[in-house]
Design a binder for this molecule. Structure first.
Ligand SMILES: Cc1cc2nc3c(=O)[nH]c(=O)nc-3n(C[C@H](O)[C@H](O)[C@H](O)COP(=O)(O)OP(=O)(O)OC[C@H]3O[C@@H](n4cnc5c(N)ncnc54)[C@H](O)[C@@H]3O)c2cc1C
Length: 398
């Protein structure tokens, strides 16, 4: 149950900063732990920054065993959403349509085989490696140039906004929107209050779940978490009859371009590259409209037509409308989130989900709340924000 507050309360047991999927999941698991969270969101609408800009893809096919644990916990929630959240108002529209990674390169094909083998070693034994002919037989919209694919049917897509609102509805949470956190009251080395644009709230426990703005929010307490913000884009095409609506989320693994069916008659085309230069964290992410033509024009450098040629015809007919959304990935040095305590007692981070916060956010938030409540001891927390980032991963498969 969400209680939308008219006025800010004087005190709260737990304050969650941010009303995207991660803040919602934090409030949900806090509420399950018997706490009464107050969620503060600076924008007039919940879930209106990064989460709705995402592609809504989820997958167990990852190449990081730690992230895999978080996604697995999230997916258990997604697949049993009504029962777990105890609400029926928001159906997350989970589609286990599969995630299909296509390549024309022998080097990438070899990496795919290595990844599938590594995944089998952690217990994920249903990733298929498909030779080109089998790819075309099962997915007739793919190009003769495809050499190989990896595919997992159990992966798929969902609607992140519905997950966010369902989690909040399933929690017992008080929400104050249009309320910006502007500072923290700190006594000794412990947090004692949150300062906001509407006044102070006294509290001993705060979780920062402010997405790409988690760095700036943490800086209000003198902290400098290692989070860089990198822009990604989604092209929204509400009406494209040529896109097979039963298609998997399809990735050109050679370029990083991807697309998925959406809305029953439309599609998303997406591109995100975690290796491009960071841009300053902002609530008003500028849109690079050229991404749409780079993805949709068959001559574009990241064209979705390259390995799924029906997009070529769509471009030629030119009757399709599109808009472009941009969001920022909150990227950490090892691409794993920062979950747990900071140097200030009572102040916790639940941020830095890099390219994966929709699928890892619920599992990560459950873990974070287990750290907050002491269920997971600090030394058993591989995501602790003060960890050493020695083993930097370079994931090529966002
Ligand atoms: C183009 C794109 C595609 C993506 N695709 C996928 C995908 O397919 N699958 C996947 O798992 N992940 C995907 N991601 C990543 C995913 O979207 C993010 O990791 C996730 O949405 C982060 O959620 P969040 O709640 O942390 O952040 P947000 O949704 O940004 O929420 C943070 C909230 O905090 C609020 N806030 C900030 N500062 C303050 C303050 N001072 N006071 C009060 N409130 C504040 C903000 O207004 C905002 O509402 C994608 C990202 C992008 C950009």
């Amino acid at each position: 149950v969400i209680t939308y507050l008219d006025a800010l309360p004087r005190s709260a047991e737990l304050v969650v900063v941010g009303g995207g999927i991660v803040g919602a999941a934090t409030a949900f698991y806090a509420s399950q732990a018997g706490l009464r969270p107050l969620l503060l969101e600076q924008r007039p609408a919940l879930c209106s920054l990064t989460t709705p800009a995402s592609g809504g893809g989820f997958r167990l096919q990852l190449n990081d065993p730690l992230q895999y644990q978080l996604v697995r916990a999230s997916v258990e929630l997604f697949l049993d959403f009504e029962a777990r959240t105890g609400q029926r108002e928001y159906d997350p529209r989970v589609r286990q349509c599969g995630y299909l990674w296509l390549t024309t390169s022998e080097a990438v094909a070899q990496r795919q085989r290595r990844q599938a083998e590594a995944q089998r070693a952690w217990g994920l034994d249903d990733v298929e490696i498909l030779p080109g002919d089998e790819v075309r037989e099962r997915f007739p919209f793919t190009s003769p140039d495809v050499l190989q694919a990896r595919f997992r049917q159990g992966d798929g897509t969902l609607e992140p906004k519905r997950v966010t609102m369902g989690l909040l509805t399933g929690a017992t949470v008080a929400v104050k929107a249009s309320c910006t956190v502007t500072g923290f009251g700190i006594t000794g080395d412990a947090v004692t209050s949150v300062q906001t644009s509407l006044g102070p709230v006294s509290t001993g426990t705060v979780v920062i779940a402010a997405g790409p703005l988690s760095g700036p929010v943490a800086r209000l307490a003198g902290l400098h978490p290692p989070i860089e913000t990198i822009r990604g884009h989604k092209v929204v095409l509400p009406d494209v009859a040529a896109v097979p609506q039963d298609a998997p989320l399809t990735v050109d693994e050679d370029t990083g371009a991807m697309w998925r069916p959406a809305f029953g008659n439309g599609a998303y085309a997406l591109f995100g590259d975690l290796t491009v230069a960071a841009t300053p964290p902002t609530a008003e992410v500028p849109v690079d409209h050229a991404v749409a033509t780079r993805l949709l024009d068959p001559d574009g450098d990241i064209s979705v037509a390259r390995l799924t040629p029906f997009w070529r015809e769509l471009w030629r007919r030119n009757e399709t409308y599109w808009t472009v959304q941009a969001g920022q990935y909150a990227v950490t040095p090892d691409r794993r989130p920062l979950l747990g305590p900071t140097a200030i007692a009572g102040l916790f981070l639940n941020a830095g989900y890099s390219g994966y916060g929709v699928m890892t956010g619920p599992g990560g938030s459950e873990h974070c709340m287990n750290v907050v409540t002491g269920k997971v001891p600090a030394d058993a927390n591989p995501f602790r924000p003060d960890r050493v980032f020695a083993d930097v991963q370079r994931l090529s498969d966002i």
